[in-house]
Every structure is written in structure tokens, then in C-alpha cells.
Design a protein around this ligand. Structure first.
Ligand SMILES: [Zn+2]
Length: 377
């Protein structure tokens, strides 16, 4: 303590504003929502991706540090996140690329976001933080918090899988199981956050979105500087979808590619598919589809905070929202396993969506495999 927060690079902090009332994100502390109106903070402008500023001497996502809005003159923690393989396989006669995000250090794509959130905490000298999670975000944040010397407390729904809970505790974070659903865990954590403890939320904070965008830059490079035709991924809050969409948009601007960004196919489980419902039948029906438990606990988000922005990106990309029935999830997981990809049920919902949409999608199709099968028992 006592050290002044490091200045953000190029006044990028001015670019983070309340999406509702334009309140500028304060230069210290870690507000999770606007104190004036309760709105969400977000980056006001497109991500400033610049091929000339990509630092190839750095590992993984840190090559793209110039897009994070962080100060350049401090050393963030890193566990080697990013640079995940893009692996090709034949599906229904087509060559499809699988981006193996489950190979990130804590076993999920969340590491790309957690490490950037941890860096913001580090840069603001914050030593204690809370987070709520169905498992992956909590495990991921715990890994980076322990590395950065930040005391973490993670609120999880009691239903969160055993391996994820053990992983959170193994990193040394304090686990707070909350009876009820994900929404109850979120409510419990907000009550503490409103008392002033830093809330390192993957849902409220915008800092992880440029982290997720790095997957788009990597995919572009792995396709020999080409845009995918389509991209398929699971959607809960939709942070990864926003990151990928913004990453591809930034690439399009930076490289002068005339082609549209890839068609985005967002996938939800039918037990909790509010974004699919909004996409398909309009807002009013959304509440009818969110009542039952699902194997895809990682995308069981009743009210995605940036839902409208997520759907706008899907529409701009000329993509779709897909829904997967509960009985399709485990066969999808088996089909992926037979290709050599061992993922958790939440990740496996992409399989059925791929089979549903493959004939409508242009090449190359990229499927994002978000979380490791080791996290499921
Ligand atoms: Zn506001």
C-alpha cells in the first residue's frame, strides 16, 4: 500500500466509460458498476489492435498487451495463458478447426480474462478481491490471484462440480458455497462488493473482454492471416463472444480486410437459453426457458448482463443463436472425445450446434473448446 496507482497508457482509461451515462472509470480502486446510475462500464471505442505493435518476443496473450488499456511499465503475473493450438478434424465431410482453449493453465478460456483482471488489480495495488462463479472463472481467477499475492474469496453455487471447487481451494482461495443457483451466489457477492471489497467480476468488469479478443488474433494468425468463415462457441454471459467479435472487428480495421467478420454461432443449453429466446422470439418469452438444471452449468446464466450487445454482435456477423437439448450434451461430449478432445459438458454443447449448422456455414469453421474434461466428474 502507499504506492500510487500506475498511470494507464495513453489515457486509455478515458476510453472506459459507463455505457449508460458516460461516467469515466476512476483512476484507482475497482468499481464494478457506475456509482451514478448503476450501469456497466465498457470500452467506448474499438480495440486498438495494431499489427506493428504486436510484441512477438512475449509469450501468449502478452504479445497483444497494447490492446489491454494497461500501463506498459509494470510486470503482470502470467502462467503462460494463450497460444492454444488450432487443431483440424473432419466432421460430416468438412474440415473443421478446433481452438483448444481447454489447454489454458487453469483448464479454461477464462484465463485470458482473469490474467488481465488480475493485472488491473495489481496495477491499482489491490490485495483482496471477491468473485462469483459456477467454477471455471473462480478457478481461473484463484490461480492468478495466488500468483499475484491477492487474497481471493470465491462464491460458488452449491451445485458447482467437485473438481472445480477443489481446484479453487488448491490455489489457496477461500471457497464460499452458496445454497441455490448461480444468481444467488451473484447476489451474495454483490452485497459484499457494495461494502467496498474489490469485485473481480468476469461479468460486470469490461477488462477481460480485450483478453478474450486475443483468441481472435491468434486464430487469424493460425489461419495464415485469414478470417474464419464462421465461429461456434458456448454462451453464458457472452464475454468470450464479445471479445472474439471485437477482436475480429479490430483485425478487420487494422488489416483493411474487406470481408465481414466471421458468422458467430452462439450456443446455449435449452434448460437456460435466455439469449437464444431473445434472438428467436423476443424478450417477453425469455423467462420461460430458465428453470431447470443442466449439465452445461458453465452457461447457466439467467440474465446475461451484456445480452443486448451480445445479440447485436451475432446479428452484425450474420450469425445465429443455437439451442441444444439436454439429451444431446453427453453424446456431443463423446463425439468430441472420439476426435481426441476431452472437454467438459458445457463445452460439448458446441458439437450439436456444429451438426445443426454446418451446412449453412462458410469455411473455415472454427469451434471454440472452452473447458477441460478433467473438471467434470
Ligand atoms: Zn452511469
Amino acid at each position: 500500500m502507499g504506492r500510487r496507482p500506475l498511470p494507464p497508457e495513453d489515457g486509455r482509461i478515458m476510453d472506459i466509460t459507463c455505457a449508460n451515462c458516460d461516467h469515466i472509470y476512476p483512476p484507482d480502486g475497482l468499481l464494478y458498476r457506475c456509482p451514478t446510475c448503476g450501469g456497466l462500464y465498457d470500452f467506448r471505442n474499438p480495440l486498438p489492435f495494431d499489427p506493428a505493435q504486436v510484441d512477438r518476443s512475449q509469450p501468449g496473450i502478452w504479445r497483444y498487451r497494447h490492446t489491454f488499456g494497461l500501463s506498459m511499465d509494470f510486470e503482470p503475473v502470467s502462467l503462460g495463458e494463450g497460444s492454444t493450438p488450432l487443431v483440424w478434424a473432419k466432421v460430416l465431410g468438412r474440415k473443421v478447426a478446433f481452438k483448444c482453449e481447454f489447454l489454458n493453465p487453469s483448464g479454461s478460456f477464462k484465463d485470458r480474462g482473469s490474467v488481465v483482471i488480475s493485472a488491473w488489480l495489481q496495477s491499482r495495488c489491490i490485495r483482496e478481491a471477491i468473485e462469483d462463479s459456477s467454477g471455471n472463472a473462480g478457478a481461473s481467477f484463484s490461480a492468478y490471484a495466488t500468483r499475484a499475492g491477492i487474497k481471493a474469496r470465491i462464491f460458488v453455487p452449491e451445485s458447482a462440480s467437485g473438481p472445480k471447487r477443489r481446484q479453487i481451494e488448491a490455489y489457496g482461495a477461500e471457497l464460499k458455497p452458496i445454497p441455490g443457483s448461480r444468481a444467488e451466489a451473484a447476489e451474495a457477492v454483490r452485497m459484499e462488493a457494495d461494502e467496498g471489497i474489490a469485485y473481480a467480476s468476469h461479468a460486470y468488469l469490461p477488462f477481460n473482454i480485450p483478453g478474450y479478443a486475443t483468441a481472435a488474433y491468434e486464430i487469424f494468425e493460425q489461419l495464415d492471416d485469414k478470417m474464419p468463415g464462421a465461429i461456434i462457441l458456448p454462451v453464458g454471459q457472452g464475454g468470450l463472444l464479445l471479445g472474439l467479435a471485437r477482436g475480429f472487428s479490430a483485425l478487420r480495421i487494422a488489416t483493411n480486410i474487406k470481408k465481414n467478420i466471421p458468422k458467430i454461432v452462439g450456443v446455449q443449453a435449452s434448460a437456460c437459453a435466455p439469449l437464444w429466446a431473445m434472438y428467436k422470439v423476443g424478450d417477453a418469452e425469455a423467462g420461460l426457458l430458465t428453470k431447470t438444471p443442466t449439465l452445461a452449468e458453465g452457461v447457466r446464466v439467467r440474465t446475461p448482463l451484456r445480452g443486448e450487445k451480445v445479440l447485436r454482435e451475432v446479428a452484425v456477423s450474420h450469425g445465429y443463436m443455437c439451442v441444444v437439448e439436454e439429451h444431446e450434451i453427453l453424446p456431443g461430449r463423446e463425439a468430441l472425445s472420439r476426435l481426441g478432445f476431452y472437454v467438459e459438458p458445457t463445452s460439448a454443447i458446441v458439437w450439436s450446434a456444429l451438426v445443426q449448422t454446418i451446412h449453412q456455414l462458410p469455411d473455415p469453421i472454427v469451434v471454440i473448446l472452452t473447458g477441460s474434461g478433467y473438471k467434470y466428474e
